[in-house]
Design a protein around this ligand. Sequence first.
Ligand code: B16
Ligand code: MG
Length: 220
Amino acid sequence: MTHIIKACIFDLDGVIVDTAKYHFLAWRRLADELGFSFTEQDNERLKGVSRVRSLEILLEIGDLTLSPEEQEAAAARKNRWYVEYIDQMDRSEILPGAEEFLNELNDHGIPFALGSASKNAPRILRRIGLENAFAAVIDGTKVSKAKPDPEVFLLGAAEMGIPAENCAVFEDAEAGVEAGLRAGMYTVGVGEPEVLGKAHRVIPGLAAVTWEDLVQKAQQ
Ligand code: B16
Ligand code: MG
């Protein structure tokens, strides 16, 4: 199916910034505290996944069971450490090509939204100076169903007033690509084709895309 693109929706972690490295440091610190090791390879399983689900996966890796109260406290502790890292971020952490592509969309009058699982998304946008850049910011506090459910992207499209089929989604996580496809949107995977192969198109990063080229490929 061809898509006429009238708006874009961007995931945050892995597309606009690389906060996965800070999530990793904070989760590893929690694992250390709980007495097991957590590797960068393990961290791959947490990309695009909600905080609560991330903790469940971490506990599976450590073969550990915590009470609901202990889980809540552990997730809060992890988040405090994570926030300490993101509070050190600045514009220099915007991934290559991201700002240029957003500027290009602005030049063409194309609205764009953020569709992220992170409850810290507004804080990160402030740190990198993009708090006023998006027409809509849909973050982990606004959705009731996590990716691969399409809710986050459908809310973004609705807030912009653009039909889903006219939106292009940029996503680095497999569950996010599935969410984009389930939303009926043109879906661009950002990362490895081996992982994101179901997307309509896969690019290594936003530096590899221009507005013209997006429009053209989406119509093929
Ligand atoms: P928080 P995205 C996701 O961001 C991260 O990829 C994932 O690792 C994290 O667990 C999730 O946000 C929730 O983040 O703990 O800050 O609410 O890729 O959807 O922008
Ligand atoms: Mg992501």
